[in-house]
Design a protein around this ligand. Structure first.
Ligand SMILES: Nc1ncnc2c1ncn2[C@@H]1O[C@H](COP(=O)(O)OP(=O)(O)OP(=O)(O)O)[C@@H](O)[C@H]1O
Ligand SMILES: [Mg+2]
Length: 223
């Protein structure tokens, strides 16, 4: 199984857009599960999922090869690992790609609880896709977050490790060079600003070709 974490340090930069796009492409040939752990719950809201794995009801939709599972509780001050463990084990045992849609906070009980649940039974590395808007300060905080996130993964079990696969610079409005300090395995992916995505939302628009290509690179190269 391949575990993919889509992270970003700022709201609204396109994390859920990337998750949705790569999940749709990969689910043409593989079993894909999206885990929505974000507080904005965009993918849950789009699909009318109101509960969460921890509440135990209305937490999943199943579209054949594509499942969407909610792990983001609206009122999550606590998190009880034993309450989700059995259902979560079953979900991850039946998927080829687990794609996690994170919120902007990674120091959170649900985030660490999910990692403990995953690395309690699996040892696959976490492939990180970091999404940023083009502003320099957002890129800088995104790179800081990548370090923190990979550290969190590493601390969750002896065998756990994180690999930075892509940095996505999304919604660019001009052609220019972006400076990054980290070295993603597949490099930097630049996605222009698409009016259609902005006005209609990614759920009503075609998947941008850059995201389709990213999914194909993952499918062909990540094993
Ligand atoms: N390249 C793009 N050009 C124009 N609009 C885009 C682009 N990518 C995403 N969007 C739009 O930006 C909005 C925010 O995207 P999205 O919900 O994916 O961000 P997010 O990082 O997941 O936000 P949150 O932090 O709230 O979870 C959506 O309406 C989406 O359709
Ligand atoms: Mg989102």
């Amino acid at each position: 199984m391949i575990r993919i974490a889509v992270i970003g340090a700022k709201g609204g930069v396109g994390k859920s857009t990337v998750v949705n796009g790569i999940a749709k492409v990969l689910s043409a040939r593989h079993r894909v599960t999206i885990l929505d752990i974000s507080s904005s719950r965009t993918l849950c809201n789009i699909h009318g999922i109101r509960g969460s794995l921890e509440d135990g009801h209305d937490y999943m939709i199943d579209q054949g090869n594509l499942k969407i599972v909610s792990m983001s509780s609206q009122l999550s001050s606590s998190f009880n690992l034993s309450k989700i463990k059995d259902k979560y084990d079953e979900i991850i045992s039946e998927t080829d790609y687990l794609i996690i849609d994170y919120g902007v906070h990674i120091y959170d009980k649900i985030v660490s609880g999910e990692m403990l649940a995953f690395y309690g039974v699996k040892s696959d590395p976490t492939h990180v896709i970091a999404v940023s808007s083009p502003q320099e300060f957002v890129i800088m905080s995104t790179e800081k977050m990548i370090e923190s996130y990979i550290e969190l993964v590493r601390n969750s079990s002896d065998s756990a490790r994180g690999i930075l696969d892509f940095i996505v610079i999304n919604m660019t409005r001009e052609e220019r060079n972006f400076k990054i300090n980290s070295k993603p395995v597949f490099g930097m992916l630049i996605i222009p600003f698409y009016r259609d995505l902005s006005f209609n939302g990614f759920w009503n628009a075609d998947i941008p070709k850059e995201i389709v290509n990213m999914a194909k690179m993952i499918e062909d190269n990540v094993h």
